[in-house]
Design a protein around this ligand. Sequence first.
Ligand code: PFF
Ligand code: NA
Length: 459
Amino acid sequence: MEKTSIHGMWSSRMAFILAATGSAVGLGNIWRFPYMTSDNGGGAFVLVYLGCIALVGLPILMSEILLGRHGRRSPVNALTDLVRELGASKGWISIGWIGMVAGVLILSFYSVVGGWTLHYSWLYISQLLGGNGITDPGATFTGLLSSPGELTLWHAVFMVLTLGVVALGVEKGLERAVRFLMPALFVLLLTLVIYGATTGHLGEAAAFLFKPDWSKISGRTFLDAMGQAFFTLSLGMCTMMTYGAYLPKGVSIPQVGVTVALADTGVALMAGLAIFPIVISFGLDPQGGGPGLIFTSLPHAFNAMPFGIVYGLLFFALLSVAAWTSSISLMEPATAYLVERAGLGRRAAAAVVGAVCWVAGLATVLSFNVWASVRVPEHLRVIGGKNIMDMIEFVSNNLMLPLGGLLIALFTGWVVKQTLLKDELGSLSPAALSLWRWLVRLVAPLLVLAVLITPFLLD
Ligand code: PFF
Ligand code: NA
């Protein structure tokens, strides 16, 4: 009998692809990728980012899925079993702990931004019902950020939605929802790219995205690009490991890994090609857009387009859904762990994780208003000037995820037995298997290490 997970199993290969793509495609692609590109000066950042996806992201994505599928339990317990089986050091179990802590930190701010997308959906609904609408996008966005009450409310709504699905178990509803919502998001993005082309600025936008300006590059660029690569593929915090635990044995891991990585990268690049023409055509600066970039630029376009209000509603509603399918995956590892470890029911476990993340998210809420002046002293390298939310993001995305990924790569590459790897990656040709193995053993760890260290030497 094939070993299965007590939490349930994906019903098919397609179900896993949808769930893993649902996890990968989210705010990271449509909100974070464009503004990280904007803040880091464009093309050079994108190029480094694509390199990180191919050389580090994809090999580690495959590693996570295979470790999860072999263990069939939540990350800490799967690693505990594996370490025992291999007679390896218990220290490797820390990968699971780093992952769970990173998950809580990421979900804390992810849910606040998810709340922004709900708020914007609501603004378009009320405009359709005859309300005022977003006449001055800049003012609407600053208004939202300056109101702790409103931010907290939408953060709570988003967290309850997330927790609700996790409490029900991931197979139900979610599989079906992603099946048509992800394609819908894709079509909407494509329409926006086409709209962007009509502004006549598509060429400039493409140049900004793809023509590297090496003078803009610093040690920070590499750290940001590596962090973004991990964040966007949901790597380094054992989310993909957890989803792998529910993956049926016959499915080819390389195949699903490549599919998920391509879909995620495609959506990010499309988001860039949709947003920057609009930014340029409305006379906004493509550089230094910050976290408000899509919330202040896209409403301009929606105001100018025919049926723009309906379009705005659809866009932010689908972005909420994309964020939702990702936040569910952020909550899953810790929830599964509590079920296994504390004997909690799924609902209680999800409620506990949700409550912890919601409270932690209040720090992000306050970082935009009451605590806005709390900043890292300017003279410090790399992190100088960051506010509380920036710091939470920096520590989780740029440090913890790459560190988690580094350990996962080393563990898979050097500790796990080759027979196990062959068994899990059976569909690879011997040449491809050894290419993957060397990426995981040497290339990925060295690149991640270099990226973690250089900013502190160069900047
Ligand atoms: N990959 C998601 C995004 O791009 O929005 C964010 C994310 C989800 C990161 C799950 C990490 C994770 F475990
Ligand atoms: Na992503």
